[in-house]
Design a protein around this ligand. Sequence first.
Ligand code: PEP
Ligand code: MN
Length: 264
Amino acid sequence: MENTKEMRKWLDDLNLGHPLVIAGPCSAETEEQVLGIAHSLKDTDVSYYRAGIWKPRTRPGNFEGVGALGLKWLQKVKDETGMKTATEVANRAHVELALEHDIDLLWIGARSTVSPFIVQEIADALEGTDKVVLIKNPVNPDLSLWLGAVERLSTANIKKLGVIHRGFSTYEKTKYRNIPEWQLAIDLQTRFPDLPIINDPSHITGKRDMIFDVSQTALDLNFDGLMIETHHDPDNAWSDAAQQVTPKTLVQIMKDLIIRKESD
Ligand code: PEP
Ligand code: MN
């Protein structure tokens, strides 16, 4: 797979003048919650509204998502706010339903990127799509698995591709939920300098008060954007409560970040 300027076209065409921002709740919970948060993000820098519909939980017994019903709520978000929509897909059935509901951006989660069979199944289901497809790094710090997933999607003739750096799990206890291992993201950027790379400080930190610093580091390293989990009542979120920020905090974070242009 060749690195080409074409890889950035979908992002350049947005003509943002600031980093790409993808925000919204970890999980879609209710229609009111999805639409309420969306309306608070409507007139901000957010381009894509995210909400997890199918939630891959590491241990069973936690909230596993509202399922296909949530796709209708995302369609309403688009109709009512004009924001584009994003959700995670983890198998062929998810892809088919997301495409039927005209979701604009699909991402492959960290627990799927580890499995070449699943990645291939998703690539086959998405063959030739004009939707944006982003690939999170695998849960474990293995650059080849991440690159392999990018190659499978690219081979399936998907042009609007990008990656999301969400950190890596480790047995050691650190201040991070998932250690950034920035070097791995930099290695990927070196391999594909024109492939858009988005940072996900929410899953790296696991804690809302660390999100600003990790976001700033990512922008200093020339990342193209941020995916930040945002919820109207983070403490009572049905998943990832400790790391979600309110829409107001998100706007403040975006205002305070120093955005250095490549020419600076
Ligand atoms: C998510 O974005 O809510 C999610 C499940 O992320 P990850 O795949 O990075 O754990
Ligand atoms: Mn989450």
